[in-house]
Design a protein around this ligand. Structure first.
Ligand SMILES: *Cc1c(COP(=O)(O)O)cnc(C)c1O
Length: 429
């Protein structure tokens, strides 16, 4: 067993001062009945905890580190920019560069506003859609996670599922939640029903074009096409939450990979290169309702922060100039997820593997996972047991079943093979 004395001591101390000892619940290891490793440093595809255990990092800060941890180009950009000041609260050239870059990469984005997190991006995109349409209601999907703003904590994914019981949060008023309608992923009929029950009232449909917060669940054939069509017909704003998928499934995200144009998109994670950045953008006509141009208020003291912009621009530029990043991470994805699939098949284990490119999930269920209901059939104890075994063998996965594994440009075939060997040992094949 790995020595985790320092992490354990830190966790004891942390719990005195921080609720649950962590600043984000997904880090708590509660869902796997364990206590968190405290991370000291990261390098390329590796993480080192406070007890100097070295682990292959399959979280990548939950997605941002697509080039690997501490990529030299990103580090250099940050080191340079900090010399000129950390924040001005004023317009800067880098914000223009970032906005241009995002608009160039994503044909659906004609204007974009920078914020500080994915939560802010989705919250603001919805307010924009409501301001633009003059309607109140929105449709989201069970198991999709869009950050922790009040109206979106309804049947949400990620940490909210893993904590079990009720997926809704205490402290969200019925008033905040009442305009959030929920449909089932990969079930267009459930969407149609809401559109006919609330005719002319739906401001927006928001979804992860490839769901990645109930584990990875790809959209089935025509699901997104039909949603695109009904939104156009009903004058509803279609929002793709690409906080995970953006700049990952392809440079232009899931919308490029799947060939569907949303009206608005939200970004986070990769766009900041590891710094706290989010963004929302889309059709000019819609984005023009945002203040100071229009009546929809949205602001941020640190939005477009120069250090964060430098990190994000550098990472996005690198991705734009190196299409081989996608070739490589997708090939690694085939190797890892294909390998896991082979192992569980050989073992006759009641498990399913879903993946799209570099993100994937090993579900501890024999059902095909295509929505929230089927995801929830997973045996959480089974995942927890597997997780602990793999962590001890030096592969750091998400400490919860309903999350994705993330691959980066820094991972090697040898890393994958080491992880697969450990998984084979776990499943006894
Ligand atoms: C992580 C995530 C968010 C929230 O982003 P934060 O930066 O954690 O606020 C929103 N949507 C999706 C799809 C996410 O994966």
């Amino acid at each position: 067993m790995a020595n985790t004395a320092k992490s354990a001591a830190l966790f004891t101390e942390a719990q005195k001062y921080i609720p649950g000892g962590v600043n984000s619940p997904a880090r708590a290891f509660q869902a796997v009945g364990d206590t968190p490793r405290f991370i000291k440093k990261a390098e390329a595809q590796y993480l080192y905890d406070e007890d100097d255990n070295k682990m292959i990092d399959y979280i990548g800060s939950w997605g941002p580190m697509i080039l690997g941890n501490n990529h030299p180009a990103v580090l250099k950009a940050v080191e340079e920019v900090i010399q000129d000041g950390l924040s001005f609260g004023a317009a800067t050239a880098r914000e223009v560069d970032m906005a241009k870059l995002v608009c160039e990469i994503l044909p659906s984005v004609e204007m974009v506003r920078m914020v500080n997190s994915g939560t802010e991006a989705t919250m603001s995109a919805l307010r924009t859609a409501r301001g633009y349409t003059g309607r109140n209601r929105i449709i989201k999907f069970e198991g999709c996670y869009h950050g922790h703003s009040d109206g979106l904590l309804v049947k949400a994914g990620s940490g909210l599922i893993a904590e079990g019981g009720t997926p809704d949060s205490a402290g969200v008023t019925p008033g905040c939640a009442q305009d959030t309608l929920t449909a089932q992923y990969n079930n267009f009929e459930s969407v149609e029903k809401l559109f006919s029950a609330y005719k002319g009232e739906i401001a927006a449909v928001i979804l992860e074009p490839v769901a990645a917060n109930m584990g990875v669940v790809p959209p089935e054939k025509d699901f997104l096409e039909k949603i695109r069509k009904i939104c156009t017909e009903e004058g509803t704003v279609l929002i793709f939450d690409e906080v995970i998928t953006g700049f990952r499934l392809a440079l232009g995200g899931a919308q490029e990979l799947l060939g569907i144009k949303p009206d608005l998109s939200t970004f986070g994670k990769i766009i900041g290169g590891g710094m706290p950045v989010g963004a929302y953008g889309g059709k000019k006509e819609i984005m023009e309702v945002v203040a100071p141009l229009g009546p929809v208020y949205q602001a941020g003291t640190l939005s477009g922060n120069p250090v964060a912009m430098a990190a994000g621009i550098t990472q996005l530029t690198y991705l734009k100039e190196h299409p081989d990043v996608y070739t490589k991470i997708n090939a690694l994805g085939e190797r890892l997820y294909g390998g896991l699939e082979e192992i569980v098949k050989k073992a006759g284990a009641p498990c399913k593997v879903n993946h799209v490119g570099s993100i994937g999930t090993l579900y501890f269920t024999d059902q095909n996972v295509r929505d929230f209901a089927s995801a929830k059939t997973a045996d959480l104890k089974g995942y927890a047991d597997y997780f602990k075994f793999m962590m001890d063998k030096g592969s750091y996965f998400a400490p919860a079943q309903f999350e994705a594994m993330f691959l980066s440009y820094a991972h090697t075939e040898a890393d994958i093979d080491r992880t697969l060997a450990a998984a084979a040992e776990y499943f006894g094949v």
